[in-house]
Design a protein. Structure first.
Length: 824
């Protein structure tokens, strides 16, 4: 099929499969015939794939729904959540690759994004493996605030496996120059004055002129320097102005100016920014020319110019950052082994993006001055033809040594449902109802709220409409009205918007619109909680998280936010103490480092007078996870926590003989240490027996095997394994044997990046890929598919265990049941 637009013939892009990505509203994609790519033979051939245009293109088309005029920050979070949803669907629809996210912007800004370490595509053994780096939305404020300038893009980079830097989402300081200054010696370790002088001297040498002070000064005055407009760059900005260079401040996008550097419209980009953005810049530099340097920075140094201005401070990583970096084979200088790199490495563009088969893609959502056609005109943002349903997205693609800007036309289902609606006379049957509901969805999916309301109004005004249908259309209308308010009217009182969606939910709880309203309420409360947390209004934050939990009671992420907020003081104290000790040891770990961590955690937790205010069932284990087990691999955590659960049950239920045997055989305790625990336990049993009436008829399973004491919720002998800290005569070494026992993980989960705790959202990510796995299982790839099934089961097991510690028994059962299904 061919479409003609202007003088350009567009052909249907068969690489876009709406059914495979479960997209009912964008049904086809068209590209100019001259840009149609084809793979030949076997292998990844990333540079010859049409599919990558659609990863960024679909996200751009879907962003229309969130275009706002009221500046509401919640809509940024919604937009990012949308991107995550569609990227997972799209990447998992590619059965010709196995891809890994090696870097992604998100955690640094605490925004939704794909997980570093997340896998996509086939589960089979395949040589066709790839890396993905996402910078997400550059300058996303422009989506929700028309007054914001600079434009918006959505950018992703790809390479063959191992071609892009695998690192955590951290900050780095970088310099980028074009071909004009190649070999000038520009480096992040130099100050701005030296870098500009080196650039000037290089230019003068090329011109055959003397590098006199005046000539150097004159050359610097001709230079254009791009810097992110941040408080951390205040002194840098003043220095650039003082040297006379032309300063260009950008609000929230230091990625797209890289394109201007390669066109020699900008001389230098310098300053602190995100690592994912830097890697994407490196792809551009490697493909189009130039030079780049980068140093990874500690978070507190990156945000404080007084610290970042001194080179010695660039190595002052906190211990938790050191642990995270180590998992990416980035280590303390002088301790490198094998293919490890030191964190004081000055990375070049070649280090960051070293693959031969490598692609940069970006969709232009709102026009930016940095992305231009060859004639110098700015590339337009997303355009929707409301009559035909055609959505035009311009996609930037760099694969060879040139840049191409491809207009992609997505055909939305607007025309299809509109024609069905017009051709249908009666609206009281199920078919016509479905048409109206689908038409509303496709209108709202692309931000056409007024059209959606008009459609529903006409339906409600028809004669003979049943009461049930009238109520259904009314609830949908109110839902659409809420979306319009959320994007176009000032949200002075967020609670009013929430009440609006609550009213919709109460009208139609079981129907689709009720479920959509429920999710909206949950997300808004969570967003408000995050906002209050960053404003240090912690009580308000907890209140919002708890409101969100009413609508999603088993969401581990929300429970964690409540726990983290409640424990913020002792968590901060723990990591401060660990950092001080680490510095005292000259940034090395002592032989008893794990014992020290455990002892510090126990001392802080049990010394905290307000620990009884924590709302979870097992606050010690939650604190233990966040501190002592921080940075450990998920499979190791799961093994430790499973063994501690068994210990907990035996401490409360086993006879003295069985408990002694367990403590000796499985935990390696001495006779004296075991006697101390038994003495402590028996004294507690006596206290509980005196204070708790015992009743006849209690089943044996609810009683201690030795004492017959009625064991139940609220009258446990040990409320937590952490209470072993209270046992007299038990040394820190003994506590370490009990609380950090030797374990051999039964399996290694496929998501073994230590900075990724298995969570509900990660379970959802793994479930999405599970659809592919089931197909491959049917096709005969039993071993690999089964391994992924076990990985999903482990994720459910981990979440179930975490929900148990929180006190969510229903959630625990739900996730354990899912784990059992997957273990099959």
């Amino acid at each position: 099929m061919i479409k003609t637009k202007g003088n350009v013939a567009y052909i249907k892009d068969t690489s876009f499969d709406s059914q495979r990505i479960d997209d009912p509203y964008i049904i086809e994609a068209y590209i100019p015939e001259k840009y149609n790519l084809r793979t030949t033979g076997e292998g990844l051939q990333l540079a010859n794939r049409n599919e990558f245009r659609h990863a960024v293109g679909v996200v751009a088309a879907r962003s229309l729904k969130y275009f706002s005029t009221n500046g509401e920050g919640f809509n940024i979070s919604r937009t990012r959540g949308m991107a995550v949803w569609w990227l997972r669907h799209i990447y998992n629809s590619f059965n010709w690759w196995k891809a890994y996210v090696v870097n992604a912007e998100g955690e640094r800004k605490e925004m939704p994004m794909l997980y570093i370490g997340e896998k996509f595509g086939t589960a089979t053994e395949s040589e066709d493996e790839a890396d993905i780096v996402l910078s997400a939305f550059e300058n996303d404020r422009c989506i929700v605030n028309p007054a914001s300038k600079g434009g918006v893009i959505f950018a992703v980079g790809y390479s063959e496996r191992g071609g892009l830097l695998n690192s955590p989402d951290m900050y780095g300081v970088k310099t980028i120059v074009g071909n004009k200054y190649k070999g000038a010696g520009v480096n992040v370790t130099h100050g701005i004055t030296k870098n500009l002088r080196l650039m000037a001297e290089h230019t003068l040498k090329a011109k055959g002129k003397d590098d006199t002070p005046q000539n150097i000064c004159d050359e610097i005055k001709k230079m254009k320097v791009v810097v992110l407009d941040r408080p951390r760059h205040e002194k840098l900005i003043e220095t650039i102005k003082g040297l006379g260079a032309q300063l260009i401040l950008v609000k929230d996008d230091d990625l797209t100016p890289t394109l201007a550097v390669t066109r020699e419209e900008v001389d230098l980009i310098i300053g602190v920014g995100g690592i994912p953005e830097a890697i994407l810049s490196a792809i551009i530099v490697e493909k189009l020319g130039g030079e780049m340097t980068l140093r990874i920075l500690p978070a507190n140094v990156a945000q404080d110019e007084k610290l970042s201005g001194r080179l010695n401070n660039w190595n002052l990583f906190r211990k938790n950052e050191v642990d995270i970096l180590k998992n990416f084979k980035i280590v303390r200088p002088g301790t490198e082994k094998g293919d490890e790199r030191s964190w004081d490495t000055v990375w070049t563009s070649k280090d960051l993006a070293r693959a031969k088969d490598m692609v940069f893609t970006a969709s232009v959502i709102k026009k930016t001055p940095w992305i231009k056609f060859p004639d110098g005109k700015e590339v337009p943002g997303v355009v929707l033809d409301t009559e035909t349903g055609e959505i035009t997205v311009h996609v930037v693609r760099i694969a060879g040594n040139d840049l191409e800007i491809v207009p992609v036309i997505y055909q939305a289902a607007i025309d299809e449902y509109t024609n069905q609606y017009k051709n249908y006379g009666e609206i009281n049957d199920k078919t016509s109802t479905d048409i109206i509901v689908q038409l509303e969805k496709v209108y709202t999916e692309f931000g056409m709220y007024q059209r959606a309301r008009e459609c529903l109004q006409k339906a409600m005004m028809r004669e003979g409409i049943s009461e049930d249908l009238l109520q259904k259309y009314s609830s949908i209308y109110k839902y659409v009205e809420g979306l319009y308010v959320l994007t176009h009217e000032p949200v002075h009182v967020p609670e009013a918007v929430i009440k609006h969606f609550e009213a919709v939910y109460n009208l139609d709880r079981e129907d689709d619109v009720g479920i959509r309203s429920l999710r909206m309420i949950k997300r808004f409360y969570e967003y408000l909680g995050d906002k209050h947390y960053h404003e240090r209004q912690f009580d308000k934050a907890i209140a919002c998280y708890r409101e969100a939990l009413k609508y999603s009671p088993h969401e581990l992420k929300l429970h964690r936010k409540v726990n983290s907020t409640q424990m913020r003081d002792i968590l901060e104290e723990y990591f401060d103490r660990i950092d001080r000790r680490y510095q005292e040891l000259n940034y090395k770990e002592s032989e008893d480092w794990e014992q020290f961590k455990l002892g510090t955690a126990l001392e802080i937790f049990y010394g905290y007078e307000r620990r009884s205010n924590f709302s979870s069932r097992e606050p010690w284990l939650i604190f233990f996870r966040r501190t002592v087990l921080h940075g450990k691999k998920p499979s190791y955590k799961l093994s430790i926590l499973t063994k501690l659960l068994r210990l907990y049950k035996n401490l409360n239920r086993a006879s003295d003989y069985k408990l002694s045997k367990l403590l000796s055989k499985e935990f390696g305790l001495s006779v004296d240490e075991i006697d101390s625990i038994l003495t402590f336990r028996n004294s507690r049993v006596e206290i509980l027996r005196r204070s708790t009436p015992q009743h006849d008829g209690v089943s044996h399973s609810e009683q201690s095997e030795e004492t017959g004491f009625n064991y139940g919720r609220g009258n446990e002998i040990f409320h937590s394994v952490g209470e072993l800290y209270l046992v007299r005569g038990l040394s820190l070494e003994g506590l370490s044997k009990l609380l950090l026992p030797r374990v051999i993980p039964e399996s290694q989960n496929e998501l073994e990046d230590a900075d990724i705790p298995l969570s509900i959202s990660l379970v959802e990510a793994m479930e999405q890929r599970y659809k592919n796995i089931l197909e491959e299982l049917r096709e005969g790839y039993k071993k690999e598919a089964q391994e992924h099934s076990y990985a999903v089961a482990e994720a459910y097991h981990y979440v179930g265990l975490a929900l148990y510690d929180i006190g969510d028994d229903d959630g625990t059962k739900l996730y354990y049941d899912e784990a059992i299904k997957k273990f099959g």
